[in-house]
Design a protein around this ligand. Structure first.
Ligand SMILES: *[C@@H]1O[C@H](CO)[C@@H](O)[C@H](O)[C@H]1NC(C)=O
Ligand SMILES: *[C@@H]1O[C@H](CO)[C@@H](O)[C@H](O)[C@H]1NC(C)=O
Length: 603
């Protein structure tokens, strides 16, 4: 607020009134927007001095935060149970068929782990065809850290402790990479250590988590305390000044909250929570002023802390986990800050109204897909795009629907998850491609299958992708045959499969929420299809084309999420529903379960 330096007598009242308004606003803001969180830690065994000798702790700070939000007791919320009360069989652990399936998943994991140990130990990834190694996430043994909690959950404890011992010597002050991705480092390394600590209680893991946390915290040392999401670690280590970028991927800035908050809860040091809460406050303040109120654009401006200018709105790639972390933060902290539920509800209301649509399918499936919205001169336009990455949304809305008692979210969750199952089923490999387009059912239509409408959509898609095409009506059947398009699909723009988890993630969460028996069968079909198409002599590999049957061409890539996420969800769905119960844990976006603050019945 700017006040003129010299004020004539007759204007003197204006700044006075302004000041009063300002004070009133400030008071309301403070009382209406409770940004404090109970930081009760540290956990037993953690001594604050344990983190003090850290390299990053001793690099000069250029822009210290004006204040660190103090801890204070807010009002926790007792949420309803997330998990179903009845499952097809309560004793899944002892069920012969489910035990067999669980064992098959564990065998696939063990094979990959052995090969990683033999050929790529200490590197970020194994190359699963050639038996080499890759360092793409800092060179800090991403696969090792990402796999820690899976080792624990699959009861491979001897391997777990060997891995913890090896993790102790990872050096988070050194990397060969010119730039570090803060988001990936946060979800894989910090998330991996925190979760492995929450499960095992091994204090060495909390020590490593703090090491990563101190490093990541340095990326927030900017004039406006917005993080540099693609970060030059070397310049920061030399003590150089830094500013947040003007173009930042929404998911990369919006998905740091769970890990940072969990780290504060465990250490009793509220610096991390304070850092991410600053981002959440901006998101909350600007949520209603975007071109699609309720959703934030795919790209935001870190330098100006501008979260509202931009015209593409998606729940999928580049946006996904920014939305995912809203209800998950509420679950993690026991609802102490109502803003996370509020932001979630506003976002989902907008998504249900604008992004979710029903596609035309030959069997008239009652399914939903989450597309993209482009805001332009002609209003809001739907892009009927489907991505493997957006398949997390069904599971998320099942969780949010349960926590906040929103039936419409649970209904959408079922239909979204069924939409991903459909996209797995219609391709000859039994696997959904990375990106595809479908024919949307038009508003007020009965959504009955219409082959002519689908074919017209195929041609339109060709024209959109290549405005210079000479192909016309007469060529539609050739196009469909050439691109191997299943009925209902209008284009497969990226036919690869990267061993991604999002579809099984939603199948798993929906199963835990509903106890729906057919999901066990679905999960098994997905697992066998994926293993068949991707297994190599050493491990499993990303593949080039899911639109063909038989062994697909490999890409020689196995990202750490295959062992950190995909195989974990497959294993858990065939295990006792009490193993990593959603009433005790909440998963970060890399499938690392954090212990929730659960409020007892008496509070
Ligand atoms: C970690 O790397 C830094 C930078 O290369 C180096 O100075 C330091 O000695 C290393 N620490 C350990 C424990 O190896
Ligand atoms: C279409 O043709 C024009 C003129 O030949 C060319 O400049 C343009 O790059 C073409 N566009 C595409 C998408 O191929």
């Amino acid at each position: 607020m700017l006040l003129p330096r010299k004020i004539g007598a007759k204007y003197a009242l204006i700044p006075c009134a302004g000041l009063l308004l300002f004070l009133a606003y400030f008071y309301l803001w403070r009382s209406g927007n409770d940004v404090y969180l109970t930081i009760a830690g540290p956990v037993e065994g953690w001594l604050p001095q344990m983190g003090k000798d850290n390299f990053w702790n001793n690099v000069p700070i250029h822009y210290p935060p004006s204040t660190i939000r103090p801890s204070r007791t807010g009002t926790p919320v007792k949420y309803p149970p997330v998990q179903a009360t009845a499952f097809p069989t309560q004793q899944q652990g002892a069920h012969p068929e489910l035990s067999k399936r669980r064992q098959a998943v564990r065998d696939a994991f063990a094979k990959c782990w052995q090969s990683y140990k033999k050929y790529a130990w200490g590197s970020d990834e194994l190359t699963p065809v050639s038996g080499g190694r890759r360092d793409t996430f800092g060179g800090w043994a991403a696969t090792l850290v990402d796999s820690l909690d899976t080792l624990w959950i699959m009861d491979l404890k001897a391997e777990f402790y060997k891995a913890v011992a090896a993790a102790e010597s990872i050096n988070f002050t050194h990397t060969e990479l010119p730039e570090v991705n803060i988001f990936e480092t946060n979800i894989r390394y910090l998330g991996g250590f925190l979760s492995a600590f929450d499960l095992s209680g091994d204090i060495r893991l909390l020590r490593k988590a703090v090491e990563v946390g101190e490093m990541l915290y340095k990326a927030f040392d900017t004039p406006n305390r917005m993080p540099v999401t693609r970060w030059d670690l070397h310049a920061a280590a030399r003590g150089e000044k830094q500013v947040a970028r003007d173009s930042v991927v929404l998911a990369e800035i919006g998905s740091l909250s769970m890990e940072f908050t969990r780290l504060s809860m465990l250490t009793g040091d509220s610096r991390w929570f304070d850092a991410v809460q600053h981002i959440a406050d901006e998101m909350a303040a600007q949520q209603g002023s975007t071109a699609l109120p309720g959703l934030w654009p795919l790209k935001v401006n870190g330098e100006k802390a501008d979260f509202s200018s931009g015209s593409i709105f998606s729940l999928g790639s580049m946006a996904d986990s920014a939305y995912e972390y809203l209800p998950k933060m509420a679950a993690l902290i026991g609802g102490e800050l109502p803003m996370y539920q509020e932001m979630y509800e506003k976002a989902m209301d907008a998504a249900i109204k604008h992004n979710l649509f029903r596609p035309l399918t030959p069997t008239n499936e009652d399914i939903l897909i989450a597309g993209n919205i482009h805001a332009g001169d002609h209003g809001l336009e739907l892009e009927p795009r489907d991505e493997h990455l957006v398949c997390f949304l069904g599971g998320l809305m099942a969780l949010g629907g349960k926590l906040f008692g929103r039936e419409k979210d649970i209904d959408a969750a079922k239909r979204l998850t069924d939409g991903c199952i459909w996209a797995y089923k219609v391709f000859p490999s039994g696997i959904m491609p990375e990106v595809l387009y479908v024919a949307p059912c038009k508003l007020n239509d009965d959504c009955k299958w219409n082959e002519r409408v689908w074919k017209q959509e195929v041609l339109q898609r060709v024209r959109k992708e290549d405005p210079n095409t000479t192909e016309g009506e007469a060529d539609i059947d050739t196009i469909i045959e050439r691109a191997r398009l299943p009925k209902g699909v209008t284009s497969v723009t990226d036919p690869r499969y990267y061993l991604r988890p999002e579809a099984i993630e939603s199948v798993f969460v929906l199963y835990r929420v509903t106890g729906r028996e057919d999901l066990l069968e679905t999960a098994w079909n997905m697992f066998t299809a994926i293993d068949k198409a991707t297994s190599t002599t050493l491990a499993n590999s990303a593949i080039r084309d899911v639109t063909i049957t038989g062994k697909a061409e490999t890409i020689d890539l196995m990202e750490s999420f295959w062992m950190g996420e995909t195989l974990k969800y497959f294993y858990l769905i065939f295990s006792d529903p009490g193993l990593i119960s959603l009433d005790e844990f909440v998963f970060n976006t890399e499938a690392h379960p954090f212990r929730r603050r659960v409020v007892s019945a008496t509070t």
